[in-house]
Design a protein around this ligand. Structure first.
Ligand SMILES: [Fe+2]
Length: 459
């Protein structure tokens, strides 16, 4: 029988291989029994675990530097206990919030605690990704340098002098300096996450796309539609902030306002407040909207529609609203998110919704569809139906985005094809608004909240 110390010794020697095998086994099970989304979740979870182990290690390093007399084991235990306490304390308000959390629960201390948690969560993940990138580049450089030296030595016939292993051309002192510099630079995402939490999250951008529509009736040339999406009222998207967005929208003096869903985050008790705030929107041709997945999943579709109706806001649920100007008509259609408790039911409802859209279209004029999300590839399908313009939201532009480096380099691109801005396919156009609120982590980086105002044009 193998003794415990022997097992411990073998595990300690082969821990990297064991972890790799466990990850491979988990990934295999996920691929076999889950879907692509589960695989992404697993990858993010593993990245999170790895990042936490890495940063706790760096905090212990810092502790050792500040308190050199303390044994490292003691610092590791203290750091782990503090970390576990923070996770456990924030669990009810963050990871465990699910679909049940209530705004009434949020006192100032809970809001601060949750903000700090999400700052750490996003900052540590991004910073770890940078550390991995640095490490990969550094190792690749070493291997390239080693290969170069070997090649030179062999051409000079001095094979005997060559080392059989990857020699390190960098002195230990220089290596330590490079490592410290890499860790320091990698810590910049913590600063960026703080910026995204405190500033960028509320830094609304007004976007003014011009939408050419060849079939647009002459009377609507220059007609302006403002779009607001993904409001997500919550302690991080307050009524005051939404009110500011309403004022900005009104100052743009649009002819019509379109709302594309997700009015609440998860707290159903907030639906009255968000509707009251949005009731301040003003446009001569009215305020119209569709519902989002947060209304569908929270079971508030009926109740919030009634509240909107009482305030004169028209929620189009498998319905159309012909907009008439100068004797000519523009057709506005609104559709709910697909419903379904199972994948089959859900797909059946997608087909039903597509049939309904087709029935609601007016062939002789421009058809504009308000649809919260692109489920599944809704835009590709409605483009085939002949919809001229679809206005959507849902993605929040990924909330974390490097779109300014390369379009599509954002978090939502892991799941969706159309993430933010304007798209065209088969003569149909899609605009995906980044929304004004947040869900999950209350941070936006490279994906500012957006109010869009479209100018329709015949050319
Ligand atoms: Fe949303």
């Amino acid at each position: 029988m193998v003794s415990f110390p022997t097992v411990y010794q073998r595990v300690s020697v082969h821990w990297r291989a064991i972890i790799l095998l466990l990850i491979l086994a988990l990934a295999t099970v996920t691929i076999a029994y889950g879907d692509f989304l589960d695989l992404i979740t697993l990858a993010l979870f593993l990245l999170f675990i790895a990042s936490q182990v890495f940063w706790i290690g760096r905090i212990v390093d810092l502790g050792k530097w500040l308190f050199p007399d303390q044994p490292r084991v003691r610092l590791v235990v203290i750091a782990d206990l503090v970390y576990l306490f923070v996770i456990a304390y924030s669990f009810p308000t963050t990871i465990g919030q699910g679909h049940t959390f209530r705004a009434a629960y949020y006192g100032l201390s809970n809001i601060v605690f949750e903000a700090v948690f999400w700052w750490w969560f996003v900052g540590s993940m991004l910073a770890f990704a940078l550390v991995v990138a640095f490490g990969t580049v550094e190792r690749a450089t070493r291997v390239a340098a080693w290969a170069y030296r070997k090649a030179r030595q062999s051409t000079k016939g001095r094979v005997a002098a060559a080392s059989s292993s990857v020699a390190d051309p960098v002195s230990p002192g220089r290596r330590h300096f490079l490592e410290q510099t890499a860790v320091l630079i990698s810590a910049t995402p913590f600063v960026a996450a703080g910026y995204g939490l405190l500033h960028s999250r509320l830094d609304v951008e007004v976007v003014r796309p011009r939408i050419p529509l060849a079939r647009l009736p002459k009377a609507f040339d220059g007609f302006r539609i403002a779009q607001l999406s993904d409001i997500h009222i919550s302690p991080f998207t307050t009524a005051d902030y939404i009110h500011r967005c309403v004022s900005i929208t009104n100052e743009l003096k649009p002819d019509l306002i379109a709302l594309t869903g997700d009015y609440i985050a998860w707290d159903t008790e907030q639906q009255g407040e968000v509707v009251r705030t949005l009731a301040g929107l003003r446009a001569p041709f009215g305020v119209f909207g569709c519902l989002g997945n947060h209304e569908e999943e929270s079971g508030t579709e009926e109740s919030i529609t009634r509240l909107f109706t009482a305030q004169g806001i028209h929620i189009l649920r498998q319905a159309r609203a012909p907009i008439v100007l100068g004797g000519e008509t523009l057709n506005l259609i609104g559709i709910d998110e697909p419903h379904g408790r199972t994948e089959t039911e859900w797909r059946r409802d997608v087909h039903r919704k597509l049939r309904q859209i087709k029935e609601l279209m007016m062939p002789e004029t421009v058809n504009i569809l308000l649809s919260h999300g692109d489920f599944p590839h809704m835009f590709d399908r409605v483009a085939e139906l002949g919809i001229d313009l679809m206005l959507a939201g849902h993605t929040h532009g990924g909330q974390l985005s490097l779109d300014f480096v390369h379009r599509g380099l954002n978090l939502s691109h892991l799941i969706y094809d159309y993430n933010s801005g304007w798209y065209e396919k088969n003569g149909a156009q899609l605009y995906v608004n980044r929304g004004i609120g947040t869900t999950g982590f209350p941070i936006r980086l490279g994906a500012r909240p957006e109010i869009s105002v479209f100018e329709l044009s015949r050319t």
